[in-house]
Design a protein around this ligand. Sequence first.
Ligand code: COA
Length: 382
Amino acid sequence: MRRYAHIRGWGKYVPERVMTNDDLARIVDTNDEWIRSRTGIAERRIVGETDTTTSMAVKAAIEALSMADCDPSTVELIVVATMTPDRVMPATATAVQDVIGADRAAAFDLGAACSGFVYAYSVASQLVSSGAYKNALVIGAESMSHILDWNDRATCVLFGDGAGAFYLEANESPGGMLAFELGSDGSGGELLTGPTVGNSYKPLCGPDLKLQALEMNGRAVFRFATKIMGKAADAAIQEAGLTREDIDLFIPHQANIRIIESAARQLKLPMEKVYVNIHRYGNTSAASIPVAFVEAVEEGRLKRGDNVVVVGFGGGLTWGAAVVKWVAEPVPVESSGARVARNWFRYQRARIGSFQNRMGHVVDEWIETGARIVAKQKRRRE
Ligand code: COA
């Protein structure tokens, strides 16, 4: 019996702090007209003192799980796509696992830059539809503002922060991801680079060990993006056994409105069939597609049975496209009191569970240290 990974829950989180183009014009030599006309961006969200990549990922994940009324202790897999983890190690996904109380979940991060969510969604979807896992949480979360050079007007105006999540569940009826197309071209790696560790890190960082900021050859990335988006989308559509005419909504990576329009032209899709929210958030990297997807659902742009194409591209160079059959049941807008209470209980339980686990590590350490002291004293006596 063939299995499918249905999207049963979805959620997003963007930081409260809004940074407009005029705000940016006070920091670097730029202006609202240039940014809007060249990119389509009007404003973006920037993490404040309290938001982190992990906290945004957690908020998006909790929203997705709550929508599906899913108990986090039943989640079997968590994949977080990010290039701005709070730490290189441990993975953001394991921090999410701990906070939400997903005690049974395998958890890892996946790095494919702005294509990260399409990669993560493809991997998780395959693991669920193969029968390896019953469900999965896929998250794209980024704090891009931490890796930007705020003196470089060519890059700092483009990006923003946020997170989006899907909760996938195995189902026997057709739906969810029908096909995907992933690709890479490492020869273009130097066109878009970010912070680094290891040998290449040493000559690049200053005396204060400040991380290297994001660097980009904008025109080259623009050329690559306009070439690859249509091609990747076409490949996924063909793999799904569909044609361009079957596509009801196109949700591209929100990097630049001119790139989006060029992809729509290549695919011969009218802009009414293209979802755009770049004016609100800028390029949120791996969070861009899930945030756009969630907003498209919230705005009623999808109805049951619709075929959706998502396409991402980014550093690597990498790209990814997927065709999704939207079969989710309409979700009640208002949460019932019982659901709110259940969620409260679940996340209180997660906090207590996390505390107990942490205490368990401390107690294990004490026991081992005690045993070592006793063994040492015994050896001395002998
Ligand atoms: N404000 C005002 N002027 C700016 C500016 C800014 N924020 N950034 C660059 N400029 C200037 C440049 O210095 C240049 O001036 P010059 O002609 O005097 O040298 C001029 O604007 C044109 O620069 P150019 O780089 O040719 O602009 P562009 O039309 O290619 O647009 C990007 C620049 C970055 C918006 C565009 O190349 C792009 O979107 N590339 C893809 C980036 C991307 O999507 N990256 C993420 C991938 S996931």
